[in-house]
Design a protein around this ligand. Structure first.
Ligand code: 0PR
Length: 368
């Protein structure tokens, strides 16, 4: 702690220098976040001081959270869905498994079945909750092998997880087949649509992934990814309004007597930001954004293949992967690499067509 405060202008010129050390999004092809939409920024600034952890003090903001959940409930074919705004996919995934655990508290040695492609947040969730994680293998197309998953279920299985838009390859798992397993064995089924939840509904031919699929219990979706909200903005949705009440604990001195959230103090600002984007763009606006991202993904794949870089997968959403040597990618482009060492590019809204063309130009030709 400084003894004497710092002059404001001096402080902010220091912050300016620090901010300049950050990358802007111009060359970032590796991120599942993007520049927030201007209406998200405006809404965020308006609700900066609000705390959803004590909703009785901020009833207006709390009603915006309810509206946000309602919007996603409608979008995901369950108008009376419950849920709340989380800090992102990690918290949503932890809370979904916590809910599954609470419903089967009598099981002494619980396990969950996740696809080999599951995001590492499930590892955190299993560590915290004392769950054994059983990884189901993937098929050749990078989708979860539903038959293998069924074979992993036993009497101690409390939940099965499918991913709608995998982090590495942009694949949607066979959600209806997994739903059948969940119904048949009467277990929770959590769909991690942190990324795909704001893409799939706006595709011309959306694959089934939401509450329309029998057996789906909970869904994670992240407005701070394809929803172009400010960070941190995630949502956990539940089939039915009251499911989360199982997690209630007493909160004696708040304006509410119980809460089921993981966080205590929770920001209202990104929640307003997330709702602002949804309501400003509407279905038509989101469809335009997603159509653009998918077009760019297909252009990137065609461009890379014509340069001799084979695709590693044919993605369902806007994540493209290629066989490529690491040295081939020139500065200052920021790309990422999958566990299997494929070049990975996420065609987020800030990755405009001119960025794709510039990248293709810079990477050049892979033919001998
Ligand atoms: N589920 C899926 C399918 C995800 O892809 C992610 C994150 C999560 C859950 C966890 O979400 P939170 O990070 O919001 O808790 N996927 C990206 C990843 O780990 C997140 C990311 C975003 C990484 C921007 C880098 C980056 O620059 O790759």
């Amino acid at each position: 702690m400084l003894n004497k405060g710092r002059a404001e202008e001096e402080l902010f010129s220091f912050f300016c220098r620090k901010k300049q050390e950050d990358l802007d999004y111009t060359f970032i092809l590796s991120s599942m976040c993007t520049l927030p939409h201007p209406v998200a920024v405006r809404a965020h600034c308006m609700f900066m001081e609000t705390n959803l952890g004590d909703p009785g003090l901020f009833p207006g903001t709390a009603s915006l959270e309810k509206l946000l959940i309602q919007r996603f409930g409608d979008l995901f074919h369950c108008p009376d869905a419950g849920g709340y705004a989380t800090s992102g996919g990690t918290e949503s995934n932890i809370q979904a498994l916590r809910l599954a655990r609470a419903h089967r508290h009598e099981v002494a040695t619980p396990n969950v079945i996740v696809p080999g492609s599951a995001h590492f947040s499930f590892k955190k969730a299993c560590d915290i909750l004392g769950l054994a994680m059983r990884r189901a293998p993937l098929l050749e197309d990078h989708r979860m092998d539903a038959d293998a998953a069924a074979g992993l279920v036993d009497k101690n299985t409390i939940a099965i997880v499918g991913v709608a838009g995998t982090t590495e390859y942009g694949m949607v798992d066979p959600i209806p087949a997994l739903g059948r397993i969940a119904v048949q064995d009467d277990i929770f089924f959590h769909v991690d649509a942190a990324f795909g939840g704001m893409v799939i509904p706006f595709l011309p031919d959306p694959m089934p992934f939401d509450f329309a699929v029998p057996g789906v219990t909970t869904i994670a979706v992240d407005p701070h990814k394809m929803g172009m909200s400010t960070i941190p903005a995630g949502c956990l949705l539940t089939r039915g309004a009251d499911l989360l009440n199982t997690l209630n604990i007493d909160t004696p001195y708040l304006t509410v007597k119980q809460e089921y959230t993981l966080g205590g103090t929770r920001p209202g600002a990104p929640v307003a930001g997330a709702l602002a984007v949804l309501d400003y763009l509407g279905r038509d606006g989101m469809t335009a954004i997603v159509t653009g991202c998918m077009k760019n993904t297909h252009r990137l794949i065609a461009g890379m293949e014509s340069r001799g870089f084979r695709r590693a997968a044919t993605p369902d959403v806007n994540v493209a992967t290629f066989v490529c040597e690491k040295e081939r990618v020139p500065d200052p482009w920021k790309v990422s690499w999958t566990c299997q060492d494929y070049l990975r590019i996420v065609c987020m809204p800030h990755v405009h067509l001119d960025r794709i063309e510039a990248f293709l130009n810079d990477i050049g030709d892979n033919h001998a």
